[in-house]
Design a protein around this ligand. Structure first.
Ligand code: ATP
Length: 360
């Protein structure tokens, strides 16, 4: 098993709360991505789970056992580092077998396990090489094999793909996800790359300033962001966020700001300051003659059109805020053109401005 539970886990460095009272339950077989901007506390959290850094407060439980005060080697968790931390003077086989040798496992068992894991990760032909004779991707696989050989309760990984070039990173992403499915073990994976998190993880924990913003499946955090932070972190380009105010109209409530008129189908308080969120792929161009009515309406001027290959992104100035529109190429607009934009009202997200939390 590999069920990990964090209870009010925190770590301070002087006045900085790098991790701030986190509660989190990681189920056996989860591929949990810890995702957030640089400095949000991801690595600190992972190092506490691994036992490499003592927490300032809280507890860590692995399969119900309190491991908070246990040293790393007694936690039965395997850490895969960004640098891979391979021993340069040892062969691939010796590197992979190292965790078993220090545990004084019989030689025959070590040989057998190394061969089995090497075959699983397609390293069979490289067992006599030294790390410097390997490519970045192969080194990464050796580091994984060394973690795998012990059959740990969970794998902890700190940005393991960041040293690979873009093409290899994509290939390794697919491999890692497949490996996770095959093993069925728990993976905890630190990354600041939303694509890695979205494509590999079964659940994503979004972290901001040492605190959990939201935990959910990739679809949940993308489709139903619980806060302005999550909404603005995910997506490329990320969700458009527009400050507006709730105004009670003649017949129904509307959210308005310069260049913006959105009829509301769900309740808020009049005069409330809100943030309206619309993903670039959910906006489409409307007729310039359209009047504010039943559909959300944004009016602006195209500032630039970016060609992404199969798609285009138009950046439009709506009342002084940049709004991105993404769709198949060509979008059919040019810089300087006045445009009207609309969206399916159900695709619009509403957040409370002061707290940044989702309203509906
Ligand atoms: P990155 O993606 O850049 O690695 P991260 O999300 O992993 O960032 P952490 O490395 O966990 O972030 O750092 C969280 C906060 O704690 C940062 O403000 C960092 O400066 C601080 N911090 C981390 N380690 C130490 C330390 N040993 N001493 C003092 N402050 C630290």
């Amino acid at each position: 098993m590999g069920r990990i539970r964090l209870e009010r886990l925190g770590r301070r460095f002087g006045a900085v709360a790098a991790v701030d009272g986190m509660d989190l339950e990681i189920e056996h077989g989860d591929f949990l991505a810890l995702l957030g901007p640089s400095g949000c506390g991801k690595t600190t959290l992972l190092r506490m789970i691994a036992g490499l850094l003592p927490p300032s407060e809280g507890r860590i439980l692995v399969d119900g056992e309190d491991v908070t005060d246990l040293p790393p080697k007694r936690r039965d968790l395997a850490m895969v580092f960004q640098s891979y931390a391979l021993y340069p003077h040892l062969t691939v086989a010796s590197n992979i077998g190292f965790p078993l040798r220090i545990r004084r496992r019989p030689r025959a068992e070590v040989r057998e396990r190394v061969a089995a894991v090497a075959a699983q990760l397609e390293l069979g032909g490289l067992l006599d090489r030294r790390p410097k004779e390997l490519s970045g991707g192969q080194r990464q696989r050796v580091a994984l094999a060394r973690a795998l050989v012990r059959d740990p309760k969970a794998f902890l990984m700190d940005e393991p793909l960041s040293n690979l070039d873009a093409k290899l990173r994509t290939a390794t992403r697919v491999e890692l996800a497949a490996l996770h499915r095959r093993l069925g073990s728990t993976f905890i994976y630190v990354t600041h790359d939303q694509v890695e998190a979205m494509t590999m993880a079964t659940r994503i924990a979004l972290i901001n300033g040492g605190r959990l913003e939201q935990v959910g499946t990739p679809a949940e955090v993308y489709d139903q962001p619980e806060s302005v932070f999550v909404a603005g972190f995910l997506g490329a380009p990320p969700m458009n966020l527009l400050s507006a105010r709730v105004a009670a109209g003649d017949e129904r409530v509307r959210v308005t700001a310069p260049g913006l008129d959105v009829p509301l189908w769900r309740g808020t308080t009049p005069e409330q300051e809100v943030v309206l969120g619309i993903r670039p792929e959910h906006l489409s161009f409307a007729a310039l003659t359209e009047e504010p009515g039943e559909r959300p309406l944004l009016r602006g001027v195209v500032r630039a059109v970016e060609n992404l290959g199969s798609e285009e992104v138009a950046i439009c100035d709506v009342g002084g805020t940049d709004v991105a529109v993404r769709g198949p190429r060509p979008l059919g607009v040019v810089a300087g053109e006045a445009v009207a934009l609309t969206a399916d009202p159900h695709r619009i997200h509403l957040f409370d401005e002061p707290t940044g939390r989702r309203l509906v």
